[in-house]
Design a protein around this ligand. Structure first.
Ligand code: MRU
Length: 353
């Protein structure tokens, strides 16, 4: 399996996604600040992977904190949480992971006889549990979603919602993997995904790794391929899904969804429950990360645009729920109206915990 990130005795080890596909190299983060930096610089990226990385960063910070009492450790931990929360604003998995680690800290600290050592051990175990659960959730999404994909034909995806964006297997690419394992004859069309090229570099790399037929297309080619009947389904991941089913995902997803609707092609979103944000009523309230202009003005160190030209670089857009055919989660497949189905499945999940 592709080792996106890994807890090691020395620190958290990340496959450096800024260097793929030409170089498979690793970055070892030995402090929580370094983990935060790895998230900001997109050495690791993708909503679920960001969440688990943050949890591992907090576990690392806790492990190395000089605090000898639980209150002192808690004070350190709050600072670590603030640093982690300031990395990337859109993927709600980041805030979900920080919240889960905070809750676990509180639980561990309230136990009779709790010590700074017992809290440390418990938080490291929690981060590792989140890693295992993420892979399990991807597998379940795959099992739930595979039958939605055609028995044969072209499936278009945008950005990278694969093993590299999770702890393994992937969300949208996990559903594709699962369908292929079940015998579907699929050809994946990967949008290149300007400006960071997650599709051209990462989706292409990991699908070729698995021997799944893949073609990369420039972002402006999707409509033409759809019109020529080459695409039978679209499947993407998500960074945050609001309570009404609006989906924030990589910039460019919105136009793909509109194109899919115009051509009568189903548009699926695959995401773990940690991506669902019932506290955010609609997509309008989702914070959209603005990234550096240089991601647009330069490629591989080479300037592409004239000096001083205006630049836009929102990293994500919002696809209104009306364009989404179904949302695939580890708890099952949701259909519109999402304001009902999301709340029903949330209640069922809470009940079964
Ligand atoms: O900026 P990125 O590369 O972190 O954006 C990633 C995406 O938009 C993914 O589609 C999303 O996080 C889902 S990953 C399973």
């Amino acid at each position: 399996m592709i080792p996106t990130l890994e807890w090691t005795p020395e620190g958290v080890r990340f496959l450096d996604q800024t260097r793929l596909p030409l170089e498979e190299s690793y970055v070892l983060a030995t402090s929580y600040q370094q983990v935060a930096d790895v998230i900001v610089t997109m050495v690791v990226r993708g909503a679920p992977a960001i969440g688990v990385s943050a949890a591992m960063g907090l576990a690392l910070g806790i492990k190395d904190s000089p605090a000898t009492t639980v209150p002192a450790l808690n004070a350190d931990f709050q600072t670590m949480c603030q640093t982690m929360a300031a990395t990337r604003p859109t993927a709600v998995n980041l805030f979900w992971a920080i919240e889960r680690m905070k809750n676990r800290f509180a639980q561990l600290a309230s136990r009779t006889g709790a010590t700074s050592a017992s809290v440390r051990t418990g938080l490291i175990a929690e981060a590792q549990r989140m890693y295992d659960e993420d892979i399990e959730a991807c597998r379940r999404m795959g099992a739930h979603g595979a039958s939605l994909l055609p028995a044969s034909g072209g499936v278009l995806t945008h950005c990278n919602a694969g093993a590299l964006a999770t702890c393994g297997y992937g969300t949208a690419l996990g559903v594709i993997r699962s369908a292929v394992e079940q015998g579907h004859q699929l050809h994946v069309y990967a949008d290149e995904t300007r400006p960071f090229l997650q599709g051209a570099r990462l989706t292409a790399w990991e699908l070729m790794h698995d021997g799944i037929p893949t073609t990369v297309l420039c972002d402006n080619m999707a409509g033409s391929l759809m019109r020529r009947g080459r695409i039978q389904a679209v499947i993407v991941g998500a960074d945050r899904i609001a309570a009404n089913g609006d989906v924030a995902n990589k910039i460019g997803t919105y136009q793909v969804a509109i194109l899919a609707k115009e051509h009568g092609i189903p548009f699926f979103v695959a995401a773990p429950w940690s991506t669902i944000d019932l506290k955010t009523p609609t997509g309008d309230a989702i914070p959209i990360e603005q990234r550096a202009e240089t991601e647009v003005t330069h490629h591989a160190g080479k300037q592409l645009t004239p000096h001083g030209v205006g630049i836009e670089n929102p990293a994500f857009d919002v696809t209104p729920a009306k364009y989404v055919t179904a949302i695939i989660t580890e708890r099952g497949v949701l259909r519109p109206p999402y304001s009902d189905s999301l709340h029903e499945l949330e209640a069922a999940g809470v009940a079964s915990r």
